[in-house]
Design a binder for this molecule. Sequence first.
Ligand SMILES: *Cc1c(COP(=O)(O)O)cnc(C)c1O
Length: 398
Amino acid sequence: MLDRDRCRALDAEDPLREFRREFVLPEGVVYLVGNSLGALPRGTSERVRRAVEDEWGTQLVGGWNSAGWYDQPLTVGDRLAPLIGAGPGQVVAGNTTSIAVFQAVSAALRLRPDRKVIVSDARNFPTDHYMVQGLARLLGGYEVRDVAEGRFDDAAVVLLSEVDYRTGARYDVPSITAQVQAAGALMVWDVCHSVGALEVDVSAADFAVGCTYKYLNAGPGAPAFIYVNPRHHATAENVLSGWYGHAEPFAFEADFRRAEGIRRFAVSTPHVLSFAALDAALDVWERVPMAQVRAKSVALTSLFIDLIGDALELASPREAAERGSQVSFRHPDGYPIMRALIDRGVHGDFRAPDILRFGFAPLYLRYVDVHDAATTLLEVLDKELWRDEKYAQRLAVT
Ligand SMILES: *Cc1c(COP(=O)(O)O)cnc(C)c1O
């Protein structure tokens, strides 16, 4: 078990220690919610100010050309690509993850018209499963089968998240991708809870989707992205055939004619101000060795699990290789426990029905933060500080 001084020594040796200075972190807070909304990079305010004042304020509508707004979905997509093992011209940014899920799964179904089964994970972050259910209702004639049934042989597409949002459990992407494709189905990975937390490689998958406001720190409402394997670029169809996916949007033709390459998966006008924040976040990621991020993530999560010991029931895999960058515990009074903890400056979150969730963002968390978070949590449990009735009332966003 590590004491506070030993944690300080680990921080002094940490190869990523300089990155913490690049984030705005409120005094007195240990922020373990970077898996839900990442912290604010210091460069973001200036980059957003520039987009507002220097680009919009002075270039006005000319900004679509002169400030590169028009090409943002592709230029920023190219900057995201290395974070998921993809290359240039394979990722387009924009919209939201839910929209990207709809695009990826519907495109996969059009590529396997002979099959009528969509395999999805009922325990996945709900929006993915909801979007699949809506798509199946729209199309008619499709079965949505839960992955727990373990049958892919008649599936058109399999949609899974690399890291489970509740437990942090991690799928083995290469082996499942190979298994799904060997069964003749297409593989769609959602990397919302893995991109920026570990070395993601979805290059063998058919499609992948993800968001940028979690570990990537691009800010609330930041654009999502979709990866389409180049082997599908000529044939995959974007059913959300908005004008940005048209071969020549500014020809204003009456009928949709699809663009070549990944541009086909763009839908409509990019959220330029949100793209500015994403661009600033990527300035940081460009300098980050992801192997070091993963190594530190494993160390931080393992330390937290060790320090909590058997004071709470672990809901995450104990084996580091089998989890992402979060640690979850189960407790029937998880909600008031989390509220009491937040009241003492340690921010995690709660996921119904009984999960206490702690995300570890290695760029701005120190070993000493993990130590302090664990000490505070143990005190909340030991002294039953969570029993104060002010912690029982539910807030709108948990
Ligand atoms: C966070 C998350 C989302 C978010 O979807 P939005 O459409 O951006 O609201 C979707 N799927 C998974 C797996 C997530 O973790």
